[in-house]
Design a protein. Sequence first.
Length: 435
Amino acid sequence: MNPIAEQLNEVIYRGNAHVADMLSEVGRNLFFPKGILSQSAEAKEKATRLNATIGIARQGDRAMVLPSVMQSVAGLEPEESLTYAPSYGIPALRRKWQGLLYEKNPSLGGKTVSLPVVTNGITHAISIFADVWTDPGDVVILPDMMWGNYNMIFSVRKQVRLSHYPIFTGTGGYNVEGLADCVKKEAEKNSKVIVLLNFPHNPTGYTATESEADRIVEVLTEVAAAGTNVIAVCDDAYFGLFYEQGILTESVFARLCEGHSRLLAVKLDGATKENYVWGLRVGFITYGAVIEGDAAPVYDALERKTAGCVRGNISNSSHLGQSIVLKSLQDAHYQEEKQSKFDLLKSRAETVKAVLADPKYADAWDVYPFNSGYFMCIRLKSVNAEKLRVHLLEKYGVGLIALGEHDLRVAFSCLEQSDIQTLFDIVYQGVQDLS
């Protein structure tokens, strides 16, 4: 093992031995390399005469650029857009995002979390999480309805076993007791369990209520207190898009932080959906744990391992994407712009609910609970979901996502409000065609 990795492991072990034990084999061996990177950083600070360390081309006192490229990057200097960003991410963006975490999550008040590490979107954040914290044969617990890419990331790439529970109860709430039973059963067989929490949920568009979230925290804390190491990883891709009263409007991460020494909370989020910049690929990984003594060196060690994983994977996330996101976050009109887009999406969700309240659809499908995010799902009663999907596409030019035999996912986020009634009427006609 590299001596730097050994030193980081020792720092983490002194702060919380359970967290150190949760690291994967890759995670234990990860470190942020010195060598060229550290020498270049040192030269950037001290080489006042000539600096021949960094692997970019320069001309005069700035990065060498093509004018045809720079004309598409209005308002940003080459050093803000075309040069390499640190593997950790731009420092100012990391600090700004951490500050926003405290603003958006009141339960973080008085708690200490790591400085977020920037990833190439949230999918990349999940993949980096899998590298640092999962080994083949580990178990990840998540609902039966889930984003399909979890299977690719955990099962296919990491040979992790997925353990499922039904997402909803018979009365339409989140199946927290099903989650509890699943976690407790897996805890009997495993020294470490990983619980993936995704709110707002993809594909159903459901976010737990305040009481459901409190019960989730209680369950995971109880399992940790009983002697099992628990990693609670929160995929908060659609964070902030909460449309109803009584649901949780902060991340479960905030309530899990510092809950127990055997409980590690991990937040995966980003500007991708929150700020409507899908193609800029700016995500974050943040850690929260019980740490003995000074938390700073422990979080620094976790950040170094995570950044080392990014370094050994894609080197660094786009400097251009990070700079655009940072400038937007610093803009005086940012909050006003966010509110405007939120109001628009909320109005679409409310229209979907109003349309689906029509009893004429009752013989064709049931509606899964939804209260947030981009999506909602219907459960078909009489026709196959894939056959209906193809029929709608070929006969009516309408595209939906089929999930399994019975479920269809509707992304109301990309529908104009005036088209929502039309969409469901066409889906209903399609059901009648096939029936």
